[in-house]
Design a protein around this ligand. Structure first.
Ligand SMILES: [Zn+2]
Length: 249
């Protein structure tokens, strides 16, 4: 399913038998006291789409969290006169900063790395990514990345490198789907249901996640210069009303 169409709706997912059978996991089970969480986001907004509610729940544990922004997301508006790459790069970084603030973080205290790998070409720079992750990840860490089967080249490349690094370092790999919500169908056997866990979100964490998404204005509006529709359409936003995040362990 291409990214330009609405995708699988919230209502369809709400009727999913497979999703209804997924067991829950608490924030404390996922990240016990004393453990570190390294979140690697292929583009600036994936940290919110994939696990913004989890991050909001962990805002008081900022010292335990490292965020790695793999690309600057400057490839989201190809051919745009409104959003040329340099302008997009600066704006998306500002959007991420505001979104993290919405999640409850003081970004000056957050260990936040910007790798600035080329958007859309993460796989071509897998070695550099591997070295960065090996440098950041320690034994016992939780390494959260986009799922290896997510259906977007950068998301999958990151997931594959994260899986390797987690194994080398003795870290726990946590994979999160982002675009799979869009293209998969509600009983889709391509999703690794046996590894799936639901992280239930409290009202406040869910509310903060919604606010954080709202800060990504470049992704929420169409492009007046090319006529391209918003990257995050209304169906995508509606799906974020689910009161949990899905992870694969
Ligand atoms: Zn992305």
């Amino acid at each position: 399913m291409p990214f330009g169409v609405p995708g699988t709706s919230l209502k369809a997912w709400q009727g999913s038998h497979a999703l209804s059978q997924v067991p829950g996991i608490s924030v404390e089970q996922l990240l016990p006291a004393g453990a570190r969480l390294v979140v690697a986001a292929p583009h600036p907004d994936d940290e919110v789409l994939a696990c913004g509610g989890l991050l909001a729940s962990l805002a008081s544990r900022v010292a335990d969290i490292t965020l790695i922004s793999v690309t600057d997301g400057d490839g989201s508006h190809p051919g745009s006169a409104q959003w040329p790459p340099a302008r997009l790069r600066d704006e998306r970084r500002r959007e991420s900063t505001r979104a993290l603030t919405r999640l409850g973080f003081d970004t000056r205290r957050l260990a936040w790395r910007h790798l600035a790998l080329p958007d859309g070409k993460v796989r071509d720079h897998a070695q550099a990514l591997r070295e960065h992750l090996l440098h950041e990840v320690r034994e016992g860490d939780r390494l959260l990345a986009t799922w290896r089967g997510d259906g977007h080249c950068d998301h999958e490349a990151l997931g594959e490198v994260a899986a390797e690094v987690a194994q080398v370092r003795g870290a726990v790999l946590v994979e999160a789907p982002v675009w799979a919500w869009h293209w998969a169908h509600p009983e889709d056997p391509r999703l690794p249901w046996s590894r799936a866990r639901k992280l239930w979100l409290g009202t406040q964490a869910l509310e903060r996640k919604h606010w954080a998404i709202g800060e990504h204005a470049t992704q929420l509006a169409g492009d007046t210069s090319t006529g391209a529709p918003p990257v995050l359409n209304s169906t995508t936003l509606e799906r974020l009303l689910q009161p949990f995040e899905l992870v694969f362990l």
